[in-house]
Design a protein around this ligand. Structure first.
Ligand code: NAD
Ligand code: WQD
Length: 345
């Protein structure tokens, strides 16, 4: 039993969850409990969190799809005031080849944790959504009010469905306040370089590919297409530092706890607001690392949208959130983390 106000973080051993735990420890007095089955992470994350913050976090190694096990967490811990639900599978490509894995895990885990939220009267709930809910759209930058398009993958569809579930649950249960945070492209690592992205699966996102190529884990990287209708022919994305994303969760949590949301279901974009091309991202990396990247121009990747970046004005105004790290900070911290990993191996 713990009398301190507690926040449950699901997926706390993962990339964004671990950075959010660090932010919770460093900027709040909440007790933090994680639930993570290590399906895409390991228990070593908690050693890294301890190294940075001096705090040992308790993790329940259970599958959130198992409701009986999940309820045990809520039976054993009183004074839970909020839930931040990160746990999900996130590989867009894998969700196309194995949709059942994604629908099963991402939807069941959300339903179970929401049921616990209702059963144990935990009224503040934050959900990891994604810019992928917007689909392929022409109107840029995207606002929260931009009509969402057709999901381009089962993964993206689980986020669209997830948001609908939150909306319906909040409508039917007026005490339940939910917030969906739509992350754009979270990248980088903790400024110390002691915690960063370390998935069990092979990385396929741009920034880990860049740092992997620079350190020699992969011989050469490929830029997927250079004849898009953009300023340099490569795709445009909105990269945002993972610690800025983490910080937005704290702001969203306080807004819920202090009952300051206008409605009991809210959506916020979390991006930098800047569109950056693949070649600009590579150039930023080369500048901060002093290394020349070995890359080739290859075929376009199936399913890539040409350009997407966020309008952050609603998050700025309502959450009081603006990202503090720029593209070079993102690359510098990602590179520091890659160098740290190379020393550990
Ligand atoms: P991650 O894979 O690093 O972390 C997710 C964690 O959840 C992992 O540690 C995994 O072991 C755990 N997990 C998954 N299913 C579980 C289950 N059923 N029970 C218990 N634990 C489970 O991913 P991340 O990058 O930290 O992403 C966190 C959330 O943010 C996800 O919901 C993801 O869809 C969303 N998101 C991520 C990005 C991104 O680019 N990283 C962008 C937009 C949205
Ligand atoms: C970025 C750019 C690639 C690798 C994904 C998900 C999205 C969200 C964020 C979860 C693209 C190019 C990449 C490489 C390259 N995640 N690229 N060579 O596709 O914008 O978004 O992560 O919700 O849902 O789809 O991110 O990092 O894979 O790609 O040229 O080896 O880098 O074509 O233009 P993406 P990404």
């Amino acid at each position: 039993m713990n009398a301190t106000k507690t926040i449950i973080v699901t997926g706390g051993a993962g990339y964004i969850g671990s950075h959010t735990i660090i932010e919770l420890i460093e900027t709040t007095s909440f007790n933090v409990i994680s639930i993570d089955n290590y399906s895409n992470s390991t228990e070593k994350t908690f050693d890294r969190i301890e190294l940075i913050t001096g705090k040992k976090i308790r993790n329940y190694q259970i599958d959130i799809c198992n409701k009986t096990e999940l309820e045990r967490v809520f039976e054993e811990n009183t004074h839970i005031v909020g839930i931040i639900h990160f746990a999900a599978f996130k590989s867009v490509g894998e969700s196309v080849t194995d949709p059942q894995k994604y629908y099963f895990n991402n939807i069941n885990s959300l339903l179970n944790i929401l049921d616990c939220s209702l059963k144990y009267n935990i009224t503040n709930f934050i959900f990891s959504s994604s810019c992928s809910v917007y689909g392929n759209i022409d109107e840029l930058p995207v606002k929260e009010t931009t009509p969402i398009g057709k999901a381009e993958s089962p993964y993206a569809y689980t986020k669209q469905i997830g948001e609908e579930i939150l909306k319906d649950y909040s409508k039917a249960n007026s005490q339940l306040q939910t917030t969906a945070l739509r992350y754009f492209n979270p990248v980088g690592a903790h400024v110390s370089g002691l915690n960063g992205e370390l998935p069990l699966n092979k990385p396929n996102n741009l920034v880990p590919i860049i740092t992997n190529a620079a350190i020699g884990k992969i011989a050469q990287m490929t830029v997927f297409g250079d004849d898009y209708p953009t300023r340099d022919g490569t795709c445009i994305r909105d990269y945002v530092h993972v610690s800025d994303i983490a910080n937005a969760h704290i702001k969203a949590l306080y807004l819920l706890i202090e009952n300051k949301n206008k409605s009991n279901f809210s959506i916020f974009n979390l991006g930098s607001g800047n569109g950056v091309s693949v070649l600009e991202a590579i150039a930023a990396f080369e500048k901060i690392s002093g290394k020349k990247l070995n890359y080739q121009i290859g075929q376009k990747r199936d399913g890539d949208v040409v350009a997407i970046y966020s309008d952050n004005s609603f998050s700025e105004k309502t959450l009081g959130w603006t990202p503090k790290y720029n593209l070079e900070d993102m690359m510098r911290s990602a590179w520091k983390w890659e160098l740290e990993l190379s020393m550990l191996e």
